[in-house]
Design a binder for this molecule. Structure first.
Ligand code: ADP
Ligand code: MG
Length: 264
């Protein structure tokens, strides 16, 4: 039986798809068999981010409507052999998809995988409820910006009406330099807004955009890779060690100072 985890946020553009893809890749690196479902019906994103859009023959709606078997709609990732993706439909007509349709797919996948990650659409309307309905755990993503924090807080309240075994918080796009300059809220002050556990902190990292635009998850040594590694370990082993952006920024700053001194 897989752990069925929905990655949600309320606000769009805060990094749900980025986190689903990179968390999936890092859980796969831990030797776990992972499938990520894009349930943003009509606005497929995950296939583009993971560079598999040209490999799609069937999608989640084909599967729900019986035009193919579940196995036929999952695509293996290029880099991680343990990672699979079930793409969303590109057709705009997602209205005929029901929560129980998605749940039946998730439950079937759950027999053959260790993790089913569900990449949720933005908002708190039907698409959100359809995605959460089939999950047993949730991860709520926010950035350090007030509008995202408020939306995430609303989502946490709605998630309480579901029977989920755990709800964790991920803070994305954190900048150590801005925190040190007191221009960005600290991780501690953001997590105080919420009464759920903080399970991951992901720094702002240009490599994320660069890699995702190539249709790949991050696999070069970088701040983001370390953060996704730690996040996957926190999720899988239940550690509570959080990637420290201010430390990483200080470390980088120290390195630049040392190199400058050498040049002098
Ligand atoms: P969502 O799925 O919540 O709508 P996405 O995952 O599509 O959000 O991310 C929106 C944009 O933000 C993408 O262009 C992505 O590359 C960028 N992004 C997400 N997280 C980071 C990060 N930590 N550092 C830099 N860019 C990021
Ligand atoms: Mg998305």
């Amino acid at each position: 039986m897989a752990r069925k985890i929905v990655v949600t946020s309320g606000k769009g553009g805060v990094g749900k798809t980025t986190i689903s893809a990179n968390l999936g890749a890092n859980l796969a690196k831990l030797g776990k068999k992972v499938v990520i479902l894009d349930v943003d019906i009509g606005l497929n994103n995950l296939d583009v981010v993971m560079g598999i859009e040209n490999k799609i023959v069937f999608d989640i709606v084909d599967c729900i409507e019986g035009r193919c078997r579940v196995k036929q709609a999952i695509i293996q990732d290029f880099c991680e052999p343990n990672l699979f993706i079930m793409p969303s439909s590109q057709s705009l007509n997602g209205t005929r998809v029901s929560g129980s349709g998605i749940k039946s797919i998730v439950d079937e996948l759950s027999d053959n995988f260790d993790y089913v990650l569900i990449d949720c659409p933005a908002g708190i309307d039907i698409g959100f409820h359809r995605a959460v309905f089939s999950a047993s755990e949730a991860l709520v993503v926010t950035t350090p910006h007030l509008s995202a924090i408020k939306d995430a807080d609303k989502v946490v309240d709605i998630l309480k009406t579901y029977c989920l075994s755990s709800v964790g918080l991920i803070i994305n796009r954190v900048r150590g330099d801005l925190i040190l300059n007191k221009e960005m809220m600290t991780v501690e002050s953001i997590s105080k807004f919420f009464d759920i556990d903080l399970v991951g902190v992901v720094p702002e990292d240009d490599k994320i955009s660069a890699y995702l635009s190539l249709g790949k998850t991050i696999n070069v040594k970088s701040k983001a890779l370390s953060a996704f590694n730690l996040l996957a370990q926190n999720i899988h082993y239940g550690f509570r060690k959080i990637y420290d952006v201010t430390y990483s920024y200080n470390g980088l700053f120290g390195y630049i100072k040392r190199s400058l001194r050498k040049n002098i």
